[in-house]
Structure formats: C-alpha cells, structure tokens
Design a protein around this ligand. Structure first.
Ligand code: DX5
Ligand code: ZN
Length: 246
C-alpha cells in the first residue's frame, strides 16, 4: 500500500485563528491539510470559499510534498463541482476532491434545454481538474456503492483517471460524528483492486477507529476533532501514521 498521509481537517480548528492553526498543524507533523468546502446545498452546512483559502494558504509557508504538489486537500461538498474548479485552483488548492453524487446530478440537471455545453460527467470533470494543474479526487457518500468508481479508476487515459478515492465514513456535513465501520468494505474492495491508489477515509477517525480503517487499506487519513480536540495533536498525528504504516 502507498505511504501514510495524515490530513487534519481544519473544520475543527478555531476559525478565528485559522492561519495560525494551519501552520501549527503542519509543524505538528501533518502531511496535508484537509479543507472542507460546504455550500449549504449539497450538505446542510456552510463553511468558506476561495478568499479564505487564499488567506490560509499564505500562512502555510512550507508546503510538504505529495506527488510533487503541496498540501491543500479540498473536499468539495458542493452541488456544482465544475463551476468552482478554476477559482479554487487560483486560491491554492492542490487536490480538488469532488463528490461523485454531485457530478452526476449536475450533469442530469444541466442536460435538458440544449445546455449541453455545461454538461459534465465525472470523467470529464477529472480531465478538467487535471487540465487546471491540480490532482483530482472523487468522494462517495455512505449511500453510494463503491463500484460506481471502477469505471473512473480503470480508465486507460491518465488525464481521466483520478488520483485519489475518498470513502466517507460519516454523512458529510459536520465534524465530530460517529465513525461508520459499515463503510470499510468499500475501502477493502478498492484496495484489492488498486494496490497503489491513495484511498482516503473521512469522518470519525481517531485513535479508537484508526486500526480498522488501516486494516481495510486506507492510507490517507482525515481527522478533525481527534486532532484539534487533542491536548497533544502531534502525538495523535504520529499515532495515526504508525497505525497505517505498521
Ligand atoms: C465532514 C467532513 C470531515 C470532518 C471530519 O463532512 O468532511 O472532514 O471535518 O471531522 P471528524 O474527524 O471530527 O469526524
Ligand atoms: Zn472532509
């Protein structure tokens, strides 16, 4: 399996002190920062947009390397993922992870009435993200079966093949929810099929749930409340890494 990547979710950071929280977290050993973008439509919560990403990016002076890129793992919980690709690229996003459900719904909504130029498919969206110079991720919610992703990851065209799969282990929308072990068979199926793929898990990860996720084959670990709520975040980050690498 690929190496461990620990990506604390800044959703659980102090929003009044976000820039400092980001640089501190990198200093505590984080590989990436997981940035949760919510639009109040795809999920029943709102976070922040490109102007905030620009500002917090400037606080992370030393981006760590992942695939030769930086650290900003943007989890796009938005109904119109294509619309925001360029804006987030400009703002400093390195990995643009859209929801499969949003991509297929926006394509269905935009196809009638001759608006076919706006139509997009997950495959086209991956290509578009790559064309903007970012890595592309595809996320699935608990209700979405994992096999919808195979067509994308089996692609022969590297421009259309995503760089990461994100298996949600809670319903997207809020930090601090209970981990859903029921989602781990999806991780296992992806790991069997794609030994080298970056597989991210997000929701309810922490010292008490990491072993199950790591055993299933996850290597990119998002943790919000477990890192930002800890007395010693560096220790939690190290513990998550050890569990994946053991
Ligand atoms: C939930 C977000 C998560 C969230 C995780 O919709 O995608 O990234 O911040 O928070 P914890 O780790 O507290 O479950
Ligand atoms: Zn997330």
């Amino acid at each position: 399996a690929p190496k461990a990547i620990i990506a604390p979710s800044i959703l659980s950071a102090d929003f009044a002190d976000l820039g400092a929280a980001c640089s501190r977290t990198i200093g505590q050993g984080a590989d990436w920062l997981h940035v949760d973008i919510m639009d109040g439509h795809f999920v029943p919560n709102l976070t922040f947009g490109p102007p905030v990403v620009v500002k917090i990016r400037s606080h992370v002076d030393k981006p760590t390397e992942a695939h030769g890129k930086g650290t900003f793992d943007c989890h796009m919980m938005i109904a119109e993922p294509k619309k925001w690709v360029k804006e987030f690229q400009k703002a400093g996003c390195d990995l643009y992870c859209f929801h499969y459900e949003a991509a297929i719904n926006s394509s269905a909504a935009e196809s009638p009435e001759g608006k076919s130029d706006q139509k997009t498919s997950p495959r086209e969206l991956v290509r578009y993200i790559h064309e903007q110079g970012m890595l592309a991720g595809v996320a699935i919610k608990p209700a979405t079966p994992v096999d919808v992703l195979y067509e994308l990851f089996d692609s022969e065209d590297p421009k259309e093949k995503p760089d990461m799969a994100l298996v949600m282990t809670v319903e997207p929308g809020f930090g601090g929810q209970k981990f859903m072990a029921s989602e781990l068979p999806k991780v296992q199926a992806l790991r069997e099929r794609y030994p080298d793929l970056n597989i991210e898990v997000d929701g309810g990860l922490g010292p008490s749930t990491i072993d199950q996720a790591a055993d299933a084959g996850a290597n990119v670990i998002v943790a919000g409340s477990a890192v930002f709520g800890a007395e010693d975040p560096a220790q939690v980050i190290a513990l998550l890494r050890e569990a994946v690498e053991k």
